[in-house]
Ligand binder design. Sequence first.
Ligand code: IPD
Length: 269
Amino acid sequence: GAPSSGELLEIAVGLAREAAATAYRMRAEGVSVAATKSTVTDVVTAADRAVEMQVLDALRRLRPADAVLGEEYGAGDTEVGAGGVRWILDPIDGTVNYLYGLPHCAVSLAAEVDGEVVAGVVRNVITGEEWTATAGGGAWRDGERLRCSTETDLGQALVATGFGYDPKRRAHQARVVAELIPHVRDIRRLGAAALDLCLAAEGRVDVYYEKGLAAWDQAAGALVATEAGMLVAGLGGRPAGPDLVIAAPPALFAPLHDRLADLDASGGP
Ligand code: IPD
């Protein structure tokens, strides 16, 4: 059978701390672009790869029967075993921030059991802030229980969002932002989806949305946000996914959802 969510979280936290330490050390030694992925601005550094290898190796040792989905190397060569556990890893979320030394980049690691995320950790590589959650066990930052914003007026809400790497997609996303900004307090593009969700979980922004996220960008952060009382979903009752992730306190979900639907936030390339 699968271990408890608490046991999975303990493993995840240990691995995320080691991973963040590696990323921090590699930054101090100097960081440069190792390769580009979907576009010239979609970069990967040696640290993204080294951190992912480190976590994959550790998981193979600690949990050899589990499956792993990682951003840089994709699926590990293990199948989901009898316990049904799959790990979802973003070795460095906010790679561009990492490259520029902006303190908004993180290791994100989640554990899924039978397709449901039950434990997650997001650790800021630069500041060392660490967010954790287990399904039903609440959301925490450095030992403090988190609750999302109590704002009820979208017009007063601070909104975080992000952009994909594809130029056509970015252009569409920028048009959505242009239409949304007159109707909210302000908009932040901080540059790391996992951290954006964690900031929303403690009301440092009120809401977050983004089109085009991969599982590794959002798995751990979405659990943190949910466990802090947020609704995390897609458009029209669909689950959050690549089409759209909306994370909002209950009172702000419908107004934000409807505004984003009007603006065709999940459409375009
Ligand atoms: C990116 C960041 C960014 C978001 C992009 C993601 P990466 O992840 O989370 O904030 O807007 O959609 O791809 O490439 O830095 O791991």
